[in-house]
Ligand binder design. Sequence first.
Ligand code: ADP
Ligand code: MG
Length: 699
Amino acid sequence: MSMELFEQEVRYVQRVGGRRAEALASSGVHTTRDLLQYYPRRYLDRSSMTPVRDLTEDMASATVVGTVRVAGTASGRTGSRFELIVEDESGGRMKCVWFRGTQWIQRRFSKGDRVAFHGKPQRFGGMYSMSHPDFDKLDGDGPALDTGRIIALYPGGAALARVGLQSRAFRRIIYTLIKEHGREIPDVLPAWVRERADVIGGPLALRAIHLPKSRAELERARRRLKFEELFFIQLMLAFLHERWTARPGPTFDAPGDRVRAFVDDVLPFDLTGAQEATLRDIVSDTRSGKQMNRLVQGDVGSGKTVVAVAAMLQALDSGYQSAFMAPTEILAEQHYANLTEYLDPLGVEVRLLTSNCSKSEREEILAELAAGQAQVAVGTHALIQEGVAFERLGLAVIDEQHRFGVAQRAKMLDMGDQPHMLLMTATPIPRSLAMTAYGDLDVSVMDEMPAGRRPIRTALRYEKQREDVYAFIRGELEKGRQAYVVYPLVEESDKVDLKDAESGYEALKQVFAPHAVDLVHGRMSGDEKDSAMRRFHEGATRVLVATTVIEVGVDVSNATIMLIEHAERFGLSQLHQLRGRVGRGSEQSYCILMAGYRRTEEARERLKAMVETNDGFEISEIDLKLRGAGDFFGTKQSGLPDLKIADLLEDGDLLAQAREIAFELVRRDADLQEPEHEVLRAYFDRFYADQSLGFARVG
Ligand code: ADP
Ligand code: MG
């Protein structure tokens, strides 16, 4: 079956035409397929309506259908507002109020209109009211409702309303489209996929999502369309995964003498189960003959670096060099210091290559890498610049991979003999998101902390406790420890926030004297920042006042206090990342959250989560719930198509199933040549392949 109907421009659909097509285009609807996938945002039937007398204040939302009795503007302390009094069938009355956009809204309503209002009911002065409710005018829909039908309500807006595209018009357009052309709608999922996923047919689902005959049918339609949406995203990822992992890569030997010496003799501790499992994944990838593209996801301190070192030694035992790339100079230097400590005893030659190197240093290092004398190179993006060539590069490790652009990673992938790629991230994300955000990579999760680590103690404090907090910090400083004090900085150019940090710094110099206090912020030059960080690292400075520039990776094991000012203004993941700057040594560490009294409900939840758990994966789950998937890790940002019906958080099981089946499909028929995959291929080629190529996520 052809894709003709799906591809057809929407203006040729009956009752649409040029003007409406223009308005639809602004909502992302260009083709008939887009129109069919312009899913209702809500449904209305007798069972979903609440009579005014049954409203309660603990309802998160309710739908009330009634007739407008009074409409007018009123003015109060806060300016003018628009109010409606609505009466439902049983005579119950409710108020609806708009404080903004009153000009526009008042033109929408006249006395006698029949309208469905959707919002949170609140009780004021003996009457229920909704402020800024969603609404759908039901002129002409009344009879349909009375016959017990389920009515689809569509996302609207001023542009659509101007050309008469309200819910009722959508329903008519789609009804006619399906009546006239329903038989031309292809089922884009092959029969075996439908069976395995236990979902209904596509054409039926599209009809039922717009014109449901029953709640049960609607549910089946939603399930099918959610699955389909997730399936095609996973199919894109499966093809990309195939593309990365089908490339030949160096074949390593099984871990040899140096790996053994490192694990048994150099490391003063045993590997955690998660470290061992991750190493097994790496060994199996690097021995497969194909290029490895593996992401290691693990909280700060879970021991990712140790795993990377073992992998580099396996490369070395197999006769290959390794590169280790970090996002900043200071992190590269820190890694260099750690790596030398681990690798010196094993006689491995490690070099540090950053833009701080002098010309002659750089030339010498490049020569050693090219000749194979230096076996491990640590550095910043300086590692992938012109003129850097390894004799035999077998493994590239990228720390904090999310800080690198696609192009930089792509460059690494293509260096020399297509080295294995080991990507590391200390930003744990929930499984359901990882399946999409990192869906083209193989992922190892390090969800186990080394034993004997003292959990960081986190406390929430308020302004009136400030003196106590300072006294506590002074006590720690007396014991020889160091402290971070962090101020929020929403934007690097935010002057107000910077002033906050600067005046905080001036005050703290007095408070903590004679202990040295220093300031580092995003508007300082790279050199200034580096030297401030370095002084703190060396212990010359005892208290470091900072904006969030210290977020990533800096490791000062003597720092045991993290004081976060205006903690309510930070995101949850960011708070957790900041907390990860302490707790890196053997002493007890503390994270103190200073919060203002004015907090939103969400901010309260964030702070509560911080106090209650140290587990990054748990934190990320909570963060996802608070912020919603789109915001948390926009599929936009990752280059994947937007989700129209599925929800990564709610539909995790369906997502896992879609992924499994999509990957199986690519394993079975990578070119989609089988006759039973013909429709699927036509559909994928037409609607996903371009995006899939544009989605140049390279590990
Ligand atoms: P990450 O890079 O994941 O933040 P690191 O590899 O830097 O973590 O390790 C953090 C600290 O934990 C280091 O001091 C390291 O020596 C130590 N460490 C790593 N693995 C273990 C382990 N299995 N047992 C005890 N300590 C460990
Ligand atoms: Mg690290």
